[in-house]
Design a protein around this ligand. Structure first.
Ligand code: FAD
Ligand code: UDP
Length: 378
């Protein structure tokens, strides 16, 4: 073995695939019983509809090198992601756009009029100088729209004062003064034609890649555990940053999700793939209806049944899957201490969403793995 990769998500598999293609022998371990990390998907046993087990995953990128790379393993459908939100019993388009603004204010503003209105309502903060999520959001869309669509959803998603959340979290969502309601601004987007798992398996399908599942890096009873390999062989580690160091600098805070799945006796529950719930009195943040991600499979999917998943967010305990880095002020100091420790580890390279404690999308995880391979490992 020339390289050990801990974690078979997109970061780990990209490193493994690049290294194997360059002639290295790679072992990938993952503590879960399947590869693919959080992008893993499977056919729902009752309906045959593809369900993303760890929450809906939409691929999008504007980076040519990433788009070229991912197309080696899968083709993409022309799916364009659109999200709606329900606020006080009325459905609005997201992200905040002219459609949302006119519906909310019961008006017919032109783009210039809507801009002028929002500028007036947003005057208290300059979004460029915003120190946190609340200031950035109010600076971008003004207080009334913030209170309707962002404040309570964010409270459910993070249970953290929006003044303590990084401004970048809200910068994920564009604000548009047109009726364009694509959720992403990226050049390319789509879903893998034969599903995420087929894509992930093709990345791992190489004679020089060995995958060992249900193998925990910290389990001393398995031969490739931390104490046995660090310093002996190069390691790429994509598990949680704090866990690698036994939380020596304190625990980093993560959000986890609970998914409540229901099979319903209807061919269409909500008419769209994702419906957000903006209000505090609805305990979940959003409902996914997975059949709508693949309209091209309509003939294969049942006409009289559908599968929906409600998403509930809460703080992760040590037993839970960590999904979202909270990155509140206390975390930011700890992360710096962990990064310092990480830089001292002999030939251990930390990557991915968990390993760097960063809110990375798939294209970012793949892009940073390609860079790590080229700049540090090749
Ligand atoms: P992961 O996929 O988390 O993989 C890490 C792997 O390491 C896991 O398989 C884990 O089991 C393994 N591991 C951890 N600890 C150990 C250990 N001790 N020993 C062995 N193995 C270990 N991105 C998008 O682009 N679009 C989306 O729509 C999108 N939606 C998302 C929705 C949710 C709910 C979440 C959580 C993420 C979403 N993402 C989305 C982000 C996407 O999941 C990540 O960018 C991508 O999975 C990052 O891959 P990764 O390899 O860094 O991490
Ligand atoms: N957000 C919100 N209302 C919404 C959708 C998003 O307030 O209807 C905020 C919320 O703080 C969320 C962030 O915008 O965490 C990023 O949203 P995104 O949909 O990108 O989150 P993800 O899909 O990663 O959970």
């Amino acid at each position: 073995m020339d390289l050990l990769v801990v974690g078979s998500g997109f970061f780990g598999l990209t490193i493994a695939e690049r290294a194997a293609s360059a002639g290295r022998r790679v072992t990938v371990i993952d503590r879960r019983p399947h590869i693919g990390g959080n992008a893993y998907s499977e056919d729902d046993p009752d309906t045959g509809i593809e369900v993303h087990r760890y929450g809906a995953h939409l691929f999008h990128t504007s980076t040519p090198a990433v788009w070229e790379y991912v197309n080696r393993f899968t083709a993409f459908t022309p799916y364009v992601h659109r999200v709606y939100t329900t606020h006080r019993g009325v459905v609005y388009p997201l992200p905040i756009s002219l459609g949302t603004i006119n519906q909310f204010f019961q008006a017919a503003y032109t783009p210039d009029q809507a801009r002028a209105l929002v500028r007036e309502q947003a005057g208290e903060f300059d979004p460029q100088r915003a120190a946190n999520l609340e200031e950035r959001a109010i600076g971008l869309i003004g207080r009334p729209l913030y209170e309707a669509f962002i404040r309570d959803y964010t409270a459910k998603q993070w249970q953290t004062d929006p003044k303590d959340l990084p401004a970048e979290v809200i910068s994920r969502l564009p604000v548009r003064y047109s009726y364009d309601n694509r959720y992403f601004n990226d050049t390319w987007e789509g879903l893998p034609v034969d599903g995420y798992t087929a894509w992930l398996e093709r990345m791992a399908d190489h004679p020089r890649i060995e995958v060992r599942l249900e193998t925990d890096f910290f389990d001393r009873t398995q031969p490739l555990h931390k104490q046995a390999v660090v310093g002996q062989v190069p390691v790429v580690y994509t598990g949680p940053l704090d866990r690698y160091f036994d939380e020596a600098e304190g625990e980093l805070s993560w959000r986890t999700l609970d998914f409540a799945r229901d099979v319903l006796e209807t061919g269409d529950f909500q008419g769209t793939s994702v419906m957000n719930y903006a209000d505090a009195d609805v305990p979940y943040t959003r409902i996914h209806e997975f059949r709508h991600f693949h309209p091209e499979r309509a003939d294969r999917y049942p006409r009289d049944r559908t599968v929906i998943v409600r998403e509930y967010s809460r703080f992760a305990t040590r037993e839970d899957e960590p999904y979202y880095p909270v990155a509140a002020p206390a975390d930011r100091a700890r992360v710096l201490a962990y990064r310092e420790r990480a830089s001292l580890e002999p030939d251990v390279h930390f990557g991915g969403r968990l390993g760097t404690y960063q809110y990375l999308d798939m294209h970012m995880a793949i892009g940073s793995a390609l860079s790590m391979w080229q700049n540090r490992l090749a």
